[in-house]
Design a protein around this ligand. Structure first.
Ligand code: PHB
Length: 374
């Protein structure tokens, strides 16, 4: 199609799409269907405390229909990357409160993402220099941990004892409570991208023979327990869950994911979650990898909203709404360099390109210094 008519076609699509219309998410009314995806930016202090810098960054992006924060550690054991924030101490709660207040003052909505990395860590990042924990002692191959001394190869994790698992579920409950104290609108349970919960779901990483391994019922058990614990704090309608059934991120994988995820959806439906946040295909890569399954099956099986994620462009987002393939659409990297992304997309304004050298760590540069258009 020649450039001129393509621009016209998208101008017309822009006028008719409901991407920029309000939508109900549990008790909230979001002003539009565009979600700021969780993005690791590693600018908290070494105790996992965020501050004014994070409050400024998130408030600049408050016109997103919903913000999901960067992945946030539920415990010291849940940490796998330097300078990632936490949500288990009083100081962290006070630090996050600056963010929720700043976002709410701008009329925005913000969920906190609850994260335990499992094996994707390193003794340098663990309390007492201990081994990271996982369902089984299976190392993430060809992966490196980002430690205070630079990148180091992943180690073989320690398999959790059965009687340690209730403590991890309790850590999720405590973190969920802390997120409530910090003033968030809700929380997202991170059960994707090869981190702890997906390590339990996946037969590549879960070799257990107790009630948390083997059958699909057993492999999904901890996730259902976490959903139960977190919804006891928040109620279902302010909780979402992130899933990536087809990803290979952090050396994760499953020989037959479809029945695992359909079973999980069936088991969590009674909790009335607000949404599933689905990374479609391989994280940051192929949307339809070989051997995958139709992720719309998850959408049809689930009672709440479907949030789609994986390198969406405006055109793809409009198409997903026009074909009713998703309820909410995540944008990640474009939000880094375009704090007013929603307005730019709506008006057809050009997008600024983010600088990857400032994605992680550092301070304000590449974080709060991308200007809005007006
Ligand atoms: C990361 O910090 O690299 C990261 C965190 C959470 C994800 C994916 C990547 O889901």
């Amino acid at each position: 199609m020649p450039e001129g008519s393509r621009a016209q076609a998208s101008a017309q699509a822009l006028q008719t799409t409901d991407l920029f219309d309000p939508v109900k998410l549990g008790p909230l009314t979001l002003p539009n269907r565009i979600v700021m995806a969780p993005l690791t930016r590693s600018r908290a202090d070494d105790n996992g405390v965020p501050g004014e810098l994070q409050a400024t960054y998130y408030a600049q992006r408050a016109t997103a229909g919903l913000i999901v924060t960067e992945a946030t550690n539920i415990s010291a054991q849940g940490k796998g990357y330097i300078r990632t924030p936490g949500i288990w101490t009083k100081e962290q709660v006070a630090g996050w409160h600056l963010t929720t207040k700043a976002v709410h003052d701008k009329g925005g909505h913000i969920f906190l993402q609850l994260w335990h990395v499992g094996r994707v860590s390193h003794p340098d990042l663990q309390p007492g220099h201990q081994l990271p924990v996982a369902p089984s002692a299976v190392r993430a191959e060809n992966q490196k941990a980002y430690t205070y001394e630079g990148f180091k190869p992943m180690v073989t994790p320690r398999a959790l004892e059965t009687d340690e698992i209730p403590g991890i579920v309790a850590d999720y409950a405590h973190a969920a409570k802390c997120a409530k104290d910090a003033g968030f609108d809700g929380v997202e349970i991170h059960s994707a991208n090869g981190y702890l919960l997906q390590q339990f779901l996946s037969d590549k990483t879960n070799k257990r023979t107790d009630r948390y391994g083997g059958s699909i019922e057993n492999r999904t058990r901890i996730v259902v327990e976490v959903v139960d614990a977190v919804t006891r704090v928040w109620g279902g309608s302010r909780v979402g869950i992130r899933l990536s059934p087809l990803t290979k991120f952090a050396d994760i994988g499953d020989s037959n994911p479809e029945p695992v995820y359909l079973s999980l959806i069936e088991q969590i439906n009674p909790f009335g979650l607000a949404y599933i946040h689905v990374i479609e295909g391989d994280t940051g890569g192929d949307r339809h990898p070989a051997g995958g399954f139709d992720l719309q099956k998850l959408r049809r099986a689930f009672n709440g909203l479907y949030m789609a994620n994986n390198n969406y462009t405006l055109e793809l987002a409009i198409e997903a709404r026009a074909k009713n393939l998703a309820d909410l659409i995540c944008f990640g990297r474009p939000f880094i360099s375009n704090p007013d992304l929603v307005q730019r997309l709506r008006s057809g304004a050009p997008l600024a390109t983010p600088d990857p050298s400032t994605f992680y760590a550092g301070e304000a540069k590449g974080y709060t210094d991308y200007p809005a258009l007006t």
